[in-house]
Ligand binder design. Structure first.
Ligand SMILES: [Zn+2]
Length: 425
């Protein structure tokens, strides 16, 4: 039996001298206050549940720091993003995504939700395997050692009254039936799960939203949807339309509820919200209102301007302080829960908790480094308000060590893998 021993761990509270026993890929037992048993692998620092990156577009990583130094907004950034989208094929997308997911693994991410809409070849031509791009992403996550939920996205039009054009033709399945038929060919396995996504109210009419939501429910899939990233989208009443189309429920996560004023329908239906503050501020999307305490919350690094789930978590609270002039709306425990179990829940996985029965996914954070040396601080506060992705030393997924002492075990040089994959585009 595999087992790990940690000097300190966060079990939703402080725990010391913790022994974690694993059976298969789940935690079988946890004991506190024990010496390291013979054969147990020791983890340094502070052990936390694995971090969940609930909203990713892997190929946006190719744009990091590229679109800086000039004026513009979301829409001008989107033009650059479309240029990259126009160049990818299943091989180059696999190479890029494997490197991006390896970067995530080094940052302590143990499960990613990939919001995937780049389905087809140039001009919308079908690949021989119509899921070649999605399967490239599934393989990339497997190769990088982390779990994935492939949120396969229905994308039907270029704007409220515009057909798909240019690179957008690669996103479209014709109609919701076409999307449902194609996605029937995708299968779950031990490390991957298939989910569904509605791109936005811009990209789908109401009937198609209803159809996608019904298919997601019939197949018991997590369903994600970009809700309200831009103020310009407010007149389209996206939340009302999502509600009328039957999108809101316990399996649904709304990404970017940035300009939403009333969260009552979201809370009442048990719908979750995924906040991506680093991308939202990077794109100049604006601030988010105070989120209700009962809201199911998760985080995503979205465009990967930054891949750091600690930064995503603290950004919510720090942006709230800037906006309201008050401190402590979101405590470290709630933020760390959202970055771990909240994300697992949004992606349809039973994990993100250090407790028996949960998936054996966890990370170790260095407590001896310059940023994290804070001996009087509580564990969750060190993680959320002191640590960065660079302080993650070890990552375990399903009981297997994917990162050891800051080195990825399967991708030898992640920086080089990123440089080569991006340079080749
Ligand atoms: Zn997105």
């Amino acid at each position: 039996m595999t087992s790990y021993w940690a000097e300190r761990a966060w079990l939703g509270r402080r725990a010391e001298r913790v022994h974690i026993e694993i059976e298969g890929e789940r935690i079988a037992a946890i004991a506190e206050g024990v010496d390291p048993p013979a054969g147990a692998e020791q983890l340094p620092g502070l052990v936390l549940p694995g971090l969940a990156n609930a909203h990713s577009h892997a190929f946006h990583r190719a744009l990091r720091a590229v679109a800086e130094g000039g004026e513009g907004d979301f829409w001008s950034w989107r033009d650059r993003m479309y240029e990259i989208a126009g160049r990818l094929d299943p091989d180059s997308y696999h190479r890029l995504a494997r490197a991006v997911y390896a970067e995530m693994a080094l940052a302590g991410v143990t499960v990613v939700g990939e919001f995937h809409y780049l389905h087809h070849a140039t001009g919308g031509a079908r690949y021989q395997n119509p899921n070649a791009m999605g399967e490239a992403l599934l393989a990339a996550a497997r190769d990088a050692g982390l779990r994935i939920t492939l949120l396969d996205c229905c994308y039907l039009r270029g704007g409220f009254d515009r057909p798909l054009e240019g690179v957008q033709l690669r996103f479209g399945d014709g109609d919701a039936d076409g999307w449902a038929l194609r996605t029937e060919g995708l299968r779950d396995d031990a490390g991957s799960r298939i989910g569904a996504a509605i791109h936005s109210v811009r990209a789908l009419d109401d009937d198609s939203m209803t159809q996608v939501a019904a298919v997601a429910r019939e197949r018991d899939l997590p369903l994600h949807m970009h809700l309200l990233e831009r103020r310009e989208e407010l007149p389209a009443r996206p939340l009302e339309r999502a509600a009328e189309a039957g999108v809101l429920d316990r399996l649904t996560t709304l990404v970017h509820a940035t300009h939403l004023a009333d969260f009552a329908p979201v809370v009442e239906t048990g719908t979750g919200v995924c906040v991506c503050r680093t991308t939202e501020r990077f794109l100049g999307d604006g601030t988010i209102a105070t989120l209700p305490a009962e809201l199911r919350l998760s985080f995503g690094s979205d465009s990967h301007a930054v891949v750091d789930l600690f930064e995503e978590a603290r950004a919510l609270e720090l942006d709230e302080r800037t906006r309201t002039g008050t401190r402590g709306t979101y405590g470290p425990d709630r933020l760390l829960d959202a970055a771990t179990s909240g994300g697992y829940d949004a992606l349809g996985w039973d994990g993100g908790r250090l407790e028996p029965g949960s998936l054996a996914d966890f990370v170790a954070v260095d407590l001896g480094g310059v940023r994290t040396s804070a001996p009087h601080a509580p564990e969750a506060a060190i993680a959320v308000f002191a640590a960065t992705a660079a302080d993650v030393t070890d990552v375990v997924v399903g009981g297997r060590r994917v990162v050891r002492d800051r080195r990825h075990q399967d991708v030898e040089d992640v920086g080089r893998a990123l440089r080569e994959a991006i340079a080749a585009l």
